[in-house]
Design a binder for this molecule. Structure first.
Ligand SMILES: [Zn+2]
Ligand SMILES: [Zn+2]
Length: 272
């Protein structure tokens, strides 16, 4: 297991790079919307924010205490702590349940980041992006990344989530987030079938609408079932995918494309 943990960074980085490049090619070939801002303006900022988030997680991983989900999973397995560790079930079932519980936990975390004002300050950085594409998927303030990782560690400790669940989930979450933020046109029939289980780009785009009622819906990142189950599911944006405005109402200008502005947004007095 420790060998798996040691290679986790490499496994995640390879999966990330592969999906990232494939989706950029798909966005270029089959774009869903015309971008409002040039990639050359938004991408350096989004990529810098992603790099700062990764650095934050690396720093957490260096701590002697298990502060990342993967490190906590190793500790839970070693000490037999957590509900799944204490349940007599086949390992494949524990891995599957572990992944599903993590996806539900991240759905609940996303709801909290919208409902609690001090968490929304951080999450607004993700929503301020004027377009959504594959780089928006990981545009989260580094403090949100740190809080999310600490939260996932607690979830893993409570449920005794197996390490393989954590690795499958982390890779899956990144891949799903990049897919459902991608500015890619999916044929309507494909979207209709995929959205029965997974969050599609059209579903997540509703969540990036400037309208508050729309951005307070479709909180899922991987599975669409949680929003259907808890009554926060919305099929389409009222202004249509081409006509809808993306971002936050006070910032329908070029400022969300600036790195310093994005990092300071949680402390701005005029933020929404
Ligand atoms: Zn959100
Ligand atoms: Zn998003």
């Amino acid at each position: 297991m420790n060998a798996v943990l040691a290679n986790e960074t490499l496994i995640r980085a390879s999966a990330f790079a592969g999906v990232f490049l494939l989706l950029i090619a798909a966005e270029t070939l089959w774009p869903r919307r015309r971008l409002v801002m040039a990639r050359a303006v938004r991408w350096p900022t989004n990529l810098a924010i992603i790099a700062l988030g990764n650095l934050s997680v690396r720093i957490l991983a260096m701590a002697p205490a298990p502060l990342t989900a993967a490190a906590m999973a190793v500790a839970a397995e070693r000490h037999g702590v957590g509900m799944l560790q204490l349940t007599p079930a086949p390992i494949w079932a524990k891995i599957l349940v572990g992944v599903l519980l993590l996806d539900l936990a991240i759905w609940a975390q996303h709801v909290a980041f919208h409902r609690l004002a001090w968490l929304w300050r951080l999450h607004a950085v993700h929503h301020a992006d004027r377009d959504i594409d594959v780089t928006t998927a990981l545009r989260f303030h580094p403090l949100e990344i740190v809080l999310s990782m600490l939260y996932k560690s607690v979830v893993v400790a409570i449920f005794g989530t197996p390490l393989l669940s954590v690795i499958v989930f982390e890779i899956g979450l990144n891949a799903c987030a990049m897919f459902n933020h991608a500015n890619v046109h999916l044929p309507r029939n494909v979207d209709r079938i995929v959205r029965l289980v997974f969050v599609t780009p059209d579903l997540h785009r509703v969540h990036h609408s400037v309208h508050a009622d729309e951005h307070n819906s479709n909180f899922g990142f991987c599975l669409s079932v949680w929003d259907r189950l808890f009554g926060t599911f919305r099929e389409q944006p009222r202004d249509g995918h081409q006509g809808m405005s993306i971002g936050l109402n006070p910032y329908q200008n070029a400022t969300p494309g600036r790195l310093s502005w994005a990092l300071a947004l949680p402390w701005r007095s005029d933020r929404t």
